[in-house]
Design a protein around this ligand. Structure first.
Ligand SMILES: O=C(O)CCC(=O)C(=O)O
Length: 288
């Protein structure tokens, strides 16, 4: 069976059929997937995949080094890794024997994963093990299109501006507050500065890199100017034309590139049923 590609939305994302990603890929298939990821504005969908944790990790390794939880990592997140599989982070509202089987509210706001890090994760691969009958969609905002649709005047103003991103910003704005209760100083120390306009190293295209989860302010300008610019950009980024909303099916795997997308997990499903997802993460090479 040959591989076929279809857009998820006009000019955005690719659904890939005809490839069983639980099986080892040939070199050609592996290269084709990396190429597709780049040309699809960073979002790929694979449907009807039966993936064990090991197969999920093996597929992830085609895109870079796979992130592993270690002793030095964030203790607040430790309970959410799949026991025996330090590469698999669980996102879920499921409770087993009174213990959460995943982080319930992971990413329930617009964000680029871990943008508070100097080298944020390159991308993530999220696999739907269980989904509710309705709800629990994930939305993606195309940061290339958001950049392209700005006027030349606005683009010129953004050129050279940098913004600070911090974990504390998300802790103050989201339900992460309860995970970091009494540890805001620790979260505040986790911060990094990034250019607001970045050039993607693979596609060579420019995209925006700010998000309402982690971005605290634009560096070197007054707070009110920073807020006005960021709030304008956030409203612009999440215009319906820039957003793809994924309605999950069981055994879907979606992968996204954090450098050119924001994502948002819609937390509307909790009365409907269980949502249980396995996520792997690809590290970013230091030079990118
Ligand atoms: O559960 C989702 O749909 C996305 C979760 C998320 O944003 C994340 O794991 O970073």
């Amino acid at each position: 069976m040959s591989i076929s590609y279809s857009s998820l939305a006009p000019g955005f994302g690719l659904r890939i059929d005809g490839l069983d990603i639980s099986q080892p890929l040939t070199q050609e298939q592996s290269q084709a997937m990396r190429d597709a990821w780049s040309r699809a504005n960073g979002v790929l969908l694979f449907r009807n995949q039966n993936l064990s944790p090991e197969q999920h990790v093996a597929f992830t390794a085609h895109f870079g080094d796979v992130y592993r939880q270690g002793a030095a990592n964030n203790k607040a997140l430790a309970p959410y890794y799949l026991p025996g599989h330090p590469e698999i982070f669980r996102v879920s509202n499921k409770v087993i024997d009174g213990q959460p089987a995943g982080r319930e509210d992971a990413g329930t706001y617009w964000h680029s994963d871990g943008s508070w890090q100097a080298n944020p994760p390159l991308g993530s691969l999220l696999y739907a093990v269980e989904i509710p009958p309705v709800g629990g969609d994930t939305m993606f905002a195309d940061m290339y299109r958001a950049y392209d649709n700005l006027s030349d005047t606005f683009k010129l103003m953004l050129e050279g501006l940098e913004a600070e991103h911090s974990l504390a910003a998300a802790v103050l704005r989201t339900s992460y507050a309860k995970e970091y209760a009494g540890r805001l100083d620790e979260a505040a120390a986790k911060k990094a500065t990034h250019s607001i306009v970045k050039t993607h190293p693979q596609s060579g295209r420019k995209c925006l890199f700010v998000n309402p989860g982690f971005t605290s302010h634009i560096v070197g300008i007054p707070q009110d100017e920073s807020s006005a610019i960021l709030n304008f950009l956030y409203a612009h980024i999440v215009k319906a034309e820039n957003v793809y909303r994924h309605r999950w099916q069981k055994n879907d795997l979606i992968m996204w590139d954090n450098r050119c997308n924001l994502n948002y997990a819609v937390a509307d499903y909790k009365k409907e049923g269980v949502r249980y997802m396995h996520r792997t993460t690809v590290k970013q090479r230091a030079e990118v």
